[in-house]
Design a binder for this molecule. Structure first.
Ligand SMILES: Cc1ncc(COP(=O)(O)O)c(C=O)c1O
Length: 479
C-alpha cells in the first residue's frame, strides 16, 4: 500500500490519536445504548424486511465518516431488533451482553494472538485451558476432563456427537442410533445429520407430563433397535430444555446409559450454570455422571453471543476424535497439564474466546454470577407462584430452574379457541413492550413461556411483566 493519510500513515494503521478517537466515538454510543436499555422496547422489528433491504448496499471503494456509520447502526439497524440485552427479554433463552466480556473481546481481537496452536501463545492458551477446567468443575467432572470453547451450543453438541461416534462406533457407523427426548433441542438432531447419520438414526423418545424423557419408552426403543440389528450408542439428557426448562431424570439416565453401554451426553446449554447455585446443583444432580456436557456461557454466564462450551469426562476421547498433524505446524504440546486446542477440537484458527470469560472472572470473581443466577431462580419461582395464584392462569410446567410454561385457561375454553385466546394474550402483552415472551407448542396445545436469564432482569421488570399479563388477561376475559 502506498497511499498515506493526512497524518502520514497508512490508512489501515491508525495513529495513537486515531485509535483513541475510534474507540471513544464507539464508547460514547455504547454507554448511551447500555444506559438506556431498560427504556428501549423489549422488541421492535416492525418494517424489518424493508429496513434490511434499504440498508443493504454495494461494496464501498472509499470510506465515509465513522459518525455516519455509527448513526446508521445506532439510529437504524440496532433499534430494529429483539432487545436481547435488555431486562425485559424473557423470550427463547435470553442472551447476555456482559460489558466486561465485550471489553475482553476488544482486548483479545486487538492483540490478536494465535491460540489455535499452543506454541504460538502458550500462556494465553493456558488461560483458556483454565477457563475450560473451571467449567468442568461446574459440571462436577474429574481432572481427566478436557474441553473447548465453541461458537455456541450447536457446535458444542456437534463436537460431542462426533467424539461419541469415534469412541463407540466402528468406521462403518450408519447402524448407530441416538436417543433424544421429544423436547431435546433441535441442534442435537442437526449435529447427528452433520456427523453423517441418516435422519432416521435419531430417535425421539416421548416425554412425560413434566416434559421429561420417559425412561420406560427409552428402554423399549433401545431394546427394539438392538433386536433389529441397530447399534444404540448415544443418549441425551436435558439439563433444562428450551421448551419448558425441564430437567430430565439425570441419575436414572446415567444408570441406564451405563447398563446399556451408551455415551451419556447432557445438553445443559441453558441450565448448566445453575449448578453454581445450591438449588441448581440439586436440580442438576447426575450431570456429573455424563460422558460429555455442553453449557453455554453466552446464556448462563451472560456473555455476548458467540461462546459455547463442551466438556468431556475422559479428555483423551477428544484427542482420539480430533488429533491431526501437518508438516507446516509447529510442534504440538503433549504434556498432560497443558492443552493444545487444535488437537482436541475441530478448529485451527479461531478467536480467543477464553479471554471473554477469563477477564470478567478475574475482575469480578464468580460470586456475582452465582448471586445473579440465584436471583433468576427466585424470580422465575415468584412469577410462577403469582400466575398460579391468578386464575384462570395455569402453570403448564413448574419452573425447575428459571424457565416455565403457562397459559390462560378459562373454564370451558378448550382446543383451538384456547390456543387462539393465548395467542392473542401473547400479542397484547408483547405489544406493551416492557417484556418480550415467546410461545411453544406442547401436547396440551399452545402455551406461553417465561425464561428469566438476563443478568439485567430484576424484580421490577418481572413485576411489570406480571402486571401486563394480568391486565391483558382481564381485558380479554371481559370481552
Ligand atoms: C438446550 C439448548 N441446547 C442447545 C442450544 C443451541 O445453542 P446455540 O444457539 O448456542 O447454538 C440451545 C439454544 O438456545 C439450547 O437452548
Amino acid at each position: 500500500m502506498t497511499r498515506e493519510n493526512e497524518t502520514g500513515r497508512y490508512p489501515l494503521e491508525p495513529s495513537a490519536a486515531e485509535m483513541r478517537q475510534l474507540v471513544e466515538a464507539v464508547l460514547a454510543r455504547l454507554v448511551e445504548h447500555v444506559e438506556t436499555l431498560p427504556e428501549q422496547p423489549a422488541a421492535s422489528t416492525e418494517g424489518g424486511a424493508a429496513l434490511a433491504r434499504a440498508l443493504s448496499g454495494p461494496l464501498p471503494e472509499t470510506g465515509r465518516p465513522l459518525e455516519e456509520v455509527l448513526d446508521l447502526l445506532f439510529a437504524r439497524a440496532v433499534p430494529c431488533s429483539f432487545n436481547t440485552a435488555g431486562p425485559g427479554y424473557l423470550a427463547y433463552i435470553p442472551g447476555g451482553g456482559l460489558f466486561h466480556a465485550a471489553v475482553a473481546r476488544l482486548l483479545a481481537d486487538t492483540v490478536n494472538r494465535y491460540i489455535g496452536v499452543f506454541a504460538a501463545a502458550p500462556a494465553l492458551s493456558q488461560l483458556e485451558a483454565d477457563v475450560v477446567r473451571w467449567l468442568a468443575g461446574v459440571v462436577g467432572f474429574p481432572a481427566s476432563a478436557r474441553g473447548m470453547l465453541t461458537s455456541g451450543g450447536s457446535l458444542a453438541n456437534f463436537t460431542a456427537v462426533v467424539t461419541a461416534r469415534r469412541e463407540r462406533l466402528p468406521e462403518q457407523f450408519l447402524a448407530g442410533t441416538l436417543y433424544v427426548s421429544d423436547q431435546t433441542h433441535h441442534s442435537v438432531g442437526k449435529a447427528a445429520l452433520l456427523a453423517g447419520f441418516p435422519a432416521a438414526a435419531v430417535r425421539a423418545v416421548p416425554s412425560d407430563a413434566r416434559c421429561r424423557i420417559r425412561l420406560d419408552a427409552l428402554a423399549a426403543m433401545v431394546a427394539a433397535d438392538r433386536a433389529a440389528g441397530r447399534q444404540p450408542f448415544f443418549v441425551v439428557g436435558n439439563g433444562g430444555t428450551t421448551n419448558t426448562g425441564a430437567v430430565d431424570p439425570l441419575p436414572e439416565l446415567a444408570d441406564f446409559a451405563a447398563r446399556e453401554g451408551l455415551w451419556f451426553h447432557v445438553d445443559a446449554a441453558y441450565g448448566g450454570f445453575f449448578a453454581l447455585t445450591e438449588r441448581g446443583r440439586a436440580t442438576l444432580a447426575g450431570m456429573e455422571r455424563a460422558d460429555s456436557v455442553i453449557l453455554d456461557p453466552h446464556k448462563g454466564m451472560f456473555l455476548p453471543y458467540g461462546t459455547g462450551a463442551l466438556v468431556v469426562r475422559d479428555g483423551t476421547a477428544l484427542y482420539r476424535a480430533h488429533s491431526f498433524s501437518a508438516d507446516y505446524l509447529p510442534p504440538s504440546q503433549e504434556e498432560a497439564d497443558l492443552v493444545d486446542f487444535h488437537l482436541i477440537s475441530p478448529e485451527l484458527s479461531r478467536p480467543n474466546r477464553g479471554l471473554g470469560l477469563w477477564l470478567p472472572l478475574q475482575v469480578l470473581g464468580i460470586a456475582p454470577f452465582r448471586e445473579a443466577l440465584d436471583e433468576k431462580l427466585t424470580l422465575a419461582r415468584w412469577l410462577a407462584d403469582e400466575l398460579a395464584a391468578t386464575p384462570p392462569f395455569e402453570l403448564v410446567t413448574e419452573p425447575e430452574l428459571s424457565l416455565f410454561a403457562f397459559r390462560l385457561h378459562p373454564p370451558g375454553v378448550e382446543g383451538e379457541a384456547l390456543d387462539a385466546l393465548n395467542r392473542e394474550l401473547l400479542a397484547r402483552v408483547n405489544a406493551r413492550n416492557r417484556v418480550h415472551l415467546t410461545p411453544t407448542i406442547l401436547d396440551c396445545g399452545y402455551v406461553l413461556r417465561a425464561c428469566v436469564l438476563s443478568f439485567r432482569t430484576h424484580r421490577d421488570r418481572v413485576e411489570a411483566g406480571l402486571a401486563d399479563l394480568r391486565a391483558e388477561a382481564a381485558a380479554l376475559l371481559a370481552r
